[in-house]
Each structure stands twice: as C-alpha cells, then as structure tokens.
Design a protein around this ligand. Structure first.
Ligand code: ADP
Ligand code: MG
Length: 231
C-alpha cells in the first residue's frame, strides 16, 4: 500500500507543481514508483510541464465517463507516471477519493498536486491525502496563505509533514526559516534554491532531478525525497 502526499499552498506560483514533479522523480531515482495526479482541477497544467501537450484521456474521463484510470495515465521518460486533468468544474470528491485509494495499491507514492484557491476543489485533495506537504516562498503573502492552509488541514485532522521553502535567494529581505516556523508552527523540511536549472528543465519538459542532476535544486529535491523514502 502506497502513501498519498498532498502538495498544498493557497497561493499560485510558489512551486507546488514543480515540487510535485521533482519529489516524484526524486523518489523514482531512489527506487520507488510514483504517480502524480493533477488536482488543480480549475487550471490544470501538470501535463504541460512534462511535455504532454494534449493528453487524449484525462482524469475527467476517468471520473465522468468511468474509463479505467490506467487509460489516462502516462509515463514520462524519467520513469514517473502522471494522471493529467483538463478544466473540470464540479469534481465528485468521493469518486476522486475512491480512485486515489485504488491507485495507492499500485504505487509506492501517489502525489496530489493542487490548485492555488481556497475553494471547494481543495476538499478532493484533502480527503484523499494521507499527509500534506506545504510549499511556500520566503515572503509574507506566501506565509499568510500557508497559515490558512494549515488551519484547514488541522481542522480536517490531516498530518502535515512540513514546509518546503522554495525559491530561496539568500537575500536579506527574505523571511528566515525560523520566522516561518514560528508563524505557522510547522517545521521547514528543506529549502529549494531559486535556480535557473529548474527553468531550463521546464524547457526540456523534464524534472530538474533528472535533467540537471548536479544542480543545487536537484540536490535539494533529493534531500526532500529521502525524508519520505525513510517513511
Ligand atoms: P505553482 O504550482 O505553485 O503555481 P509552479 O510550480 O508552477 O507553481 O512554479 C511557478 C513558476 O516558478 C514556474 O515557472 C516554475 O518553473 C518556477 N519555479 C518554481 N520553483 C523554482 C525555483 N526553485 N527556481 C526557479 N524557478 C522556479
Ligand atoms: Mg501548479
């Protein structure tokens, strides 16, 4: 039985999709199977990062038309599997949850990417996750959104593994990890540097941990994956 990790923050552009892709690919490098599901139902874009420009079948076909999830799952050259989504307004939470439970039996890790909005859509990801991983950038707007996410997660009684501080530039104007931890009451698991290798890897429709293994961000994602690898 695998583990379902929900990647969350109530803010766009902080690196949720980047973290989902690279955590999955890093776990694969460590010898674990990993599937990413696009849970950003209102503005899905996971597939675009991985070169799957027009997926023939998506999560919507699985939940609405009842096709087998396997028929909408694609394998990336780096070894990870993805279940893409197209714009999908009223996701049936229970059906989504059931599908995730069935996929959990087939993978070591199922990673749920999520949308940036504090809307009903997030419930599908929340009820289907075994634990959450927050992603934040070291600034106040991102921190404030993470506080909101933490409140909702606590309300739902979901364990939170920690926070990934992304796009760290090591500038004095950035929030320190100690401030972040104090404000949200959750530990910082790792820092991912602001790194052009990530942008270069996007151009190659690939995870940075696969295309630029020696880059700083790749090493940081491998460190993050080891936390989950160890259980
Ligand atoms: P979200 O899913 O939270 O909206 P994304 O993962 O789509 O955020 O990231 C937003 C943009 O920032 C993308 O262009 C991505 O390539 C870029 N990005 C994410 N993390 C980093 C980083 N550590 N260094 C450089 N660029 C990054
Ligand atoms: Mg995203």
């Amino acid at each position: 039985m695998g583990k379902v990790i929900g990647i969350m923050s109530f803010k766009g552009g902080v690196g949720k999709t980047t973290a989902a892709i690279n955590l999955a690919a890093a776990l694969y490098r460590l010898g674990r199977s990993a599937l990413i599901i696009d849970g950003n139902f209102l503005s899905p874009n996971l597939h675009l990062y991985l070169g799957l420009l027009r997926p023939e079948k998506t999560l919507k076909d699985v939940l609405q038309k009842g096709i087998a999830p396997e028929n909408a799952i694609y394998e990336h050259a780096c070894g990870i599997h993805i279940l893409p989504c197209e714009f999908y307004k009223s996701v049936n939470f229970e059906k989504f949850h059931k599908m995730v439970l069935s996929l959990k039996e087939k993978y070591d890790f199922v990673i749920l990417d999520s949308g940036p909005s504090y809307t009903e859509e997030i419930i599908a990801v929340l009820i289907s996750s075994d634990e959450l991983l927050f992603v934040a950038t070291p600034d106040y707007p991102s921190l404030a959104s993470t506080v909101k996410a933490r409140k909702l997660a606590k309300f739902k009684g979901l364990p939170i593994r920690g926070v990934v501080v992304n796009r760290r530039k090591k500038k004095r104007f950035e929030l320190k990890n100690s401030d972040i931890e104090k404000t949200i009451g959750i530990g910082v698991l790792c820092e991912i540097p602001d790194d052009n290798s990530i942008l270069k890897s996007v151009k190659k429709f690939s995870p940075v941990v696969w295309k630029y293994r020696r880059s700083k961000s790749s090493r940081a994602f491998m460190k993050l994956a080891k936390v989950f690898f160890q259980g």
